[in-house]
Design a protein around this ligand. Sequence first.
Ligand code: BTN
Length: 333
Amino acid sequence: MAELAGTTDRRIDALLTLLAENSTIVVSGAKIAEEIGVTRQQVWRWIEKLRALGVRVKGHPRTGYHIERVPDILVPQLLSHRLRGTSFSRRIHHFFKVDSTNSVAMGLGEAGEPHGAVVVAEEQTAGRGRAGRRWTSEKSAGIYCSILLRPSIPPSQAPLLTLLAGLAARDAAGDELDARPDIRWPNDLLADGRKFGGILTEMRAEPDRVHYAVIGIGLNVNQARMPADLAEIATSLRIETGKAHSRLEILVRLLRALDHYYNQFLAQGAPPVLRRFAEVSSYFEGKRVRITTAAESFTGVTAGLEPSGVLRVARDDGRGIEPVLSGDVAEAS
Ligand code: BTN
């Protein structure tokens, strides 16, 4: 596989995997060097680099090394091992720092990268949210991940990809929370009314077919607090539960669930996605909402989804059912 500029050196990945898999024993510098195929001096330099990143490695070249605490880094080798049997195990691109995983994945899509490629980052310097908003991406606190899909569908069905990604993210994060999370159409993940996850779908398409779609998923996991301007409306799994969570475990569950929902969608079409959304989202039906689109703002009551995933809202002003393709949805009193 061609190396992408800025991705984590595969041999650092191998070093971390080796240390993490042998966390209870001391592994000599010579053995590590032999296994990875570099010099002992290089091993030493990389160990120093990992320490600078907060990985607690004990020991030195003569006695050998061992890891004191398995780091919660989204190491591609560990991920790919756990994702065997899904579409997402083969091409995982990891960055310690990147502008936006969605931008990288769109570039990969343009360059012909195959279906199923995954881009993950420990930190984003220009994380993007829906409607041109920014996505705060604190280092190693959240999950910042983009998945490249090449479905044979018309663009009109693309909203269903966003919905099914939201379902997968909800399943994965839900296991960490006492109360199951809600989904605010189309894909805001809410814990106790505050948002801890969102999805940005981007694609290149012609009128009748999607060339590729990128599903960008951001989950606030271990943020101890949210930036002051977001604290009222945003939260993290750690803030909700008072404890730290394994990003690696959550991401593995998320990608496995995404594989399941995506294959189900290809085999059976929209109905299972819509049924599941109806089961888990309080916004599906009967919720009073304010809708804000580029053109207008109005209130009404949600009335289910169209087969394409578009939200139906019965307007308060008597103008009947409005299909909402995009826009902000807020609970209204
Ligand atoms: C939203 O506004 O709710 C969507 C947020 C999506 C954020 C994710 S983080 C990984 C991926 N890369 C980005 O730049 N954005 C998405």
